[in-house]
Each structure stands twice: as structure tokens, then as C-alpha cells.
Design a binder for this molecule. Structure first.
Ligand code: SAM
Length: 225
């Protein structure tokens, strides 16, 4: 069994377990029509994110890396009607497509898109949280420029509370994470964030390798103590 079988099994699981979802399919079609790269989470991973948000009883979610809002829709749907997703996106074009997809999904009212480099937009959120203008985030999903993952972990710790969940995508990269001498900034970023998570006393951590439609990769998960 190899990547083709992984993808076939993913298709089988998706067809067997998940309901048909025209809104999510439309979002992927709109992303493709707008020329966005197809680097969204898979349907099963999206369902996992939604389930995790529900399990932690999330009311507020921070996402770093919106793309066309596919994962954002999964997360927003998992919140109560007065819940809030703040999602950070560098590319204005991606943010525009995401805004349309979120509106079509009926989720625009629950989602704030912060356009710009996340490291520039996150400090404003900390001010709001410290001043009590918004509550700390119950779940953080990190899925943007991997070279900044250590910085995003630091920000996630600033912006959460005990019991919050932090999920970091793409920490396996088809095994390239083993390459300790690598210069690929993506691998360096993934290794860096895993090492930081492992060394952080404030976090209870684990990671899952996953194979499927997106190849071989994985999520790191951390619960704030
Ligand atoms: N979470 C999305 C999903 O599953 O549907 C996929 C996100 S995609 C893997 C990564 C996104 O992060 C891209 O849209 C990219 O433009 C954005 N990005 C890259 N660098 C960024 C930065 N410094 N700040 C915020 N977003 C960034």
C-alpha cells in the first residue's frame, strides 16, 4: 500500500462517514476557480478539527492560515451562534475568496479575517485579550508559513488559557521532519515547533502521523495545562 491506496481509503472513509456537503464542495470549487493552491485540510481532517472544537466546548477559535476558508468553515460551524473565529491570512486575494466562501456558508457573522502577516496582526489580539475586550481563545489552529511555527506557538500560549487546545498542521512532511541537518525552512520550522512543544512545561502534547488524500503528514496537538 502506498499513496494511491491512502487516497482511495480516504475517499472511502469520506464517502462512508461524512455527509454530502455542498457548501464545503462549493468552497473548494471556488478556491480552484480563483487559482488558490489545493492545500486545504482534507474533509476528514476538517471533520476532526470541528470535532475537537466541539469536544473542548470552544466558543472562540484562532486560526493562522486561512487560504480560502475551508478549515475555517469547519471550525466556525462547530461554535455556538455567538462564537467567534479569528483567522489570519497574509494574501489579500486568499482572504477575499475566503470571505466569499464564508458568506456562502452562512458563517461570515462568526468569522473575522485579519489580513496581513500574522506576526503583525497577532499583537492586536493580545492587547484585546489582556484588556479583557475579548476572551482568550479556546482552540488555536496553526496552518500558515511553517518557518514561523515556533513564533506561532509562542503567540498561541499568550492568547489561550488552561484547557485550550493548540493544533499544528504539517509536522511530518512525508518524513522530512527527520532531516536534522536540513536547510528547508519548512522542515526547520516543523522540527523547531515540535522541540518547543516537547520542552514546554505548560503544555501536554502529542502528535499523530496521518496518511490519506494529502499524502503523509501529521498534526501536533497540545493542551494548555
Ligand atoms: N487552513 C487552510 C485550510 O485548511 O483550508 C489552509 C491554509 S494554507 C496551508 C496556508 C495559508 O497561510 C496560505 O493561504 C498562506 O497565504 C497563508 N500565510 C502564509 N504566510 C502567512 C503569514 N505570515 N501570515 C498569515 N498567513 C500566512
Amino acid at each position: 500500500a502506498g499513496p494511491e491506496t491512502w487516497a482511495e481509503v480516504d475517499d472511502y472513509l469520506t464517502a462512508t462517514l461524512l455527509p454530502e456537503d455542498e457548501v464545503l464542495e462549493l468552497a473548494l470549487d471556488e478556491n480552484a476557480a480563483a487559482g488558490l493552491p489545493a492545500i486545504d485540510v482534507s474533509p476528514l481532517q476538517g471533520a476532526l478539527l470541528g470535532m475537537l472544537a466541539r469536544l473542548v466546548g470552544a466558543r472562540t477559535v484562532l486560526e493562522i492560515g486561512t487560504l480560502g476558508g475551508y478549515s475555517t468553515i469547519h471550525l466556525a460551524r462547530a461554535l455556538p451562534a455567538d462564537g467567534r473565529v479569528v483567522t489570519c491570512e497574509y494574501e489579500p486575494r486568499h482572504a477575499e475568496v475566503a470571505a466569499r466562501n464564508l458568506a456562502a456558508a452562512g458563517m461570515a457573522g462568526r468569522v473575522e479575517i485579519r489580513v496581513g502577516a500574522a506576526l503583525d496582526t497577532l499583537p492586536g489580539l493580545r492587547e484585546d485579550v489582556s484588556a479583557g475586550r475579548r476572551p482568550p481563545f479556546d482552540l488555536v489552529f496553526v496552518d500558515a508559513d511553517k518557518q514561523n511555527n515556533v513564533n506561532y506557538l509562542t503567540w498561541a500560549l499568550e492568547l489561550t488559557r488552561p484547557g485550550s487546545l493548540i493544533v499544528v498542521d504539517n509536522v511530518v512532511r512525508a518524513g522530512r521532519v527527520l532531516d536534522e541537518s536540513g536547510t528547508d525552512p519548512v522542515v526547520v520550522g516543523s522540527r523547531g515547533v515540535l522541540e518547543a512543544m516537547g520542552a514546554e512545561d505548560r503544555l501536554e502534547v502529542t502528535a499523530l502521523q496521518m496518511v490519506g488524500a494529502k499524502g503523509w503528514d501529521g498534526f501536533a496537538l497540545a493542551r494548555v495545562r
